[in-house]
Design a protein around this ligand. Structure first.
Ligand code: HEC
Length: 119
């Protein structure tokens, strides 16, 4: 009884969500359309919390987006260029994503981890 109410509620929630059910939603991805792109293209490496995979951080010098010192020392333009052209083990996204999407990924998504969200 209780379970079916929860199931119906979840079903309605999914209907209301414009992205549908099978796209794993999180509090972050619901915030904005650009998070859907982050989720699809960036999350597998940088993770939903922006800290990055352990292997990525220790072997491939992947930045931890929640590191305020790192955030303070990198400009938007540098990050946009890195995402567009690729850097180290990260592929470039120029041509694959729209220019505005690359800009928003940096200005909205990457910057949102600063200050780090409460755990
Ligand atoms: C295959 C794993 C992978 C994917 C997918 C990936 N990245 Fe990266 N990213 C990395 C690695 C590794 C680095 C560190 C590169 C270096 O400094 O050598 C990095 C670095 C960055 C940086 C810092 C660049 C700089 O100038 O220091 C930003 C910003 C970034 N990624 C954003 C993104 C965004 C946005 C996406 C999705 C469009 C994305 N990444 C997708 C692996 C990935």
């Amino acid at each position: 009884m209780g379970k079916s109410i929860v199931a119906i509620f979840l079903f309605i929630l999914c209907l209301m969500s414009s992205y549908g059910c099978n796209h794993k939603q999180t509090a972050l991805t619901e915030k904005d359309g650009i998070w859907v792109v982050y989720d699809r293209e960036c999350r597998k490496c940088h993770k939903i919390n922006g800290k990055g995979s352990l292997v990525g951080r220790f072997i491939y010098k992947m930045p931890n987006f929640t590191n305020t010192k790192w955030q303070d020392n990198v400009s938007d333009s540098r990050l946009i260029i890195s995402v567009a052209n690729g850097k180290g083990k990260m592929p470039g996204y120029k041509g694959k994503l729209k220019d505005e999407e690359i800009v928003d990924l940096v200005k909205v998504c990457v910057r949102s981890f600063y200050p780090p969200p409460a755990e």
